[in-house]
Design a protein around this ligand. Structure first.
Ligand SMILES: NC(=O)c1ccc[n+]([C@@H]2O[C@H](COP(=O)([O-])OP(=O)(O)OC[C@H]3O[C@@H](n4cnc5c(N)ncnc54)[C@H](OP(=O)(O)O)[C@@H]3O)[C@@H](O)[C@H]2O)c1
Length: 265
């Protein structure tokens, strides 16, 4: 039995994608538009959103910054006044820079730690608050980096773990109320976010492949959608190990904690 309603037909569905100017969010917007959804794209880059709308008739660009609560509320109200409902919300906005606790110049950058939480987690809270109670289905993009800590993801991993716990909590509380909740945990996806990575990214996939995997998971009614499985299943397995073994494996297979090489997932 599936944990969520199976969403197979997107025709006429009102879909708000926050973080749609590039990467996974933009690929989702593109495919959903092709499948007949009413696509509303948001992010800060007005030029990129306008370019998307110019190529996708009847899609709508509503630029916003997720750190501006008033702007987020106003945008959600605008969508609801235009369409009287929001069938699906995707929170794809995100931020990553490599962080360690062993950078000699800035051993624990408070600004960087807070920036990750602000964009990857608090921004989602702001958007959710603006959409309740009129949203039909919520899809939150976290990362396999949220399963357990990783080198260079000192700031990123906790923000993604918080997103995972949020999605689980929402599911527990909202299941049966008619609101679907989906947690999305990608592995490596080729986007502007991972363009900064200067190392081999195992099982790297395109943003289009990621978007297709997300829609496949929604069609199957999954709670958690993780991909590509040839990579994410290994990361899941690692996170089941006792700490002693997990840390040993991390030391053996991952860049040293003192490395400046980013390891975003
Ligand atoms: N790429 C990967 O390998 C990977 C793996 C696991 C998880 N993820 C997660 O997947 C999600 C999408 O990432 P991506 O790889 O597609 O990266 P991306 O191409 O960099 O997309 C990030 C999106 O977030 C938007 N954004 C950033 N700050 C914002 C703000 N203050 N207000 C509104 N929008 C903002 C960006 O648009 P503007 O700059 O125009 O605002 C952009 O549209 C993120 O949550 C990321 O952590 C990615």
């Amino acid at each position: 039995m599936s944990l969520n309603p199976k969403i197979k037909d997107w025709r006429g569905k009102v879909v708000w994608i926050v973080g749609a100017s590039t990467g996974i969010g933009q690929s989702l917007a593109h495919i959903l538009h092709r499948q007949g959804a009413v696509v509303i794209v948001s992010a800060r880059s007005q030029d990129k959103l306008s370019a998307f709308v110019a190529q996708h008739a009847s899609s709508i660009a509503l630029p916003l910054d997720v750190t501006d609560a008033a702007q987020v509320t106003q945008t959600a109200e605008q969508i609801l006044s235009m369409h009287s409902r929001m069938d699906m919300l995707f929170y794809c906005a995100g931020y990553y820079t490599a962080q360690t606790a062993s950078n000699v110049k800035d051993p624990f950058s408070l600004a960087a730690m807070q920036q990750h939480m602000t964009l990857n987690f608090s921004g989602a809270l702001t958007v959710l608050h603006a959409c309740f109670p009129k949203v039909g289905h919520i899809a939150l993009v976290a990362s396999v980096a949220g399963y357990q800590a990783l080198p260079n993801a000192l700031a990123y991993a906790p923000s993604k773990a918080a997103m995972q716990r949020l999605a689980e909590g929402l599911y527990i509380h909202l299941h049966g109320s008619g609101v679907g909740i989906t947690l999305i945990n990608p592995g490596f996806v080729q986007t502007p976010m991972t363009a900064q990575n200067n190392f081999h990214m195992p099982a790297l996939i395109s943003a289009e492949t990621a978007a297709k995997a997300i829609l496949k998971g929604l069609a199957a009614g999954r709670f958690e959608i993780h991909f590509p499985r040839r990579f994410t299943l290994w990361v899941k397995l690692l996170s089941l190990l006792p700490y002693r073994m997990y840390f040993a494996v991390c030391r053996a297979i991952m860049p040293r904690p003192t490395s400046q090489a980013p390891t975003t997932l």
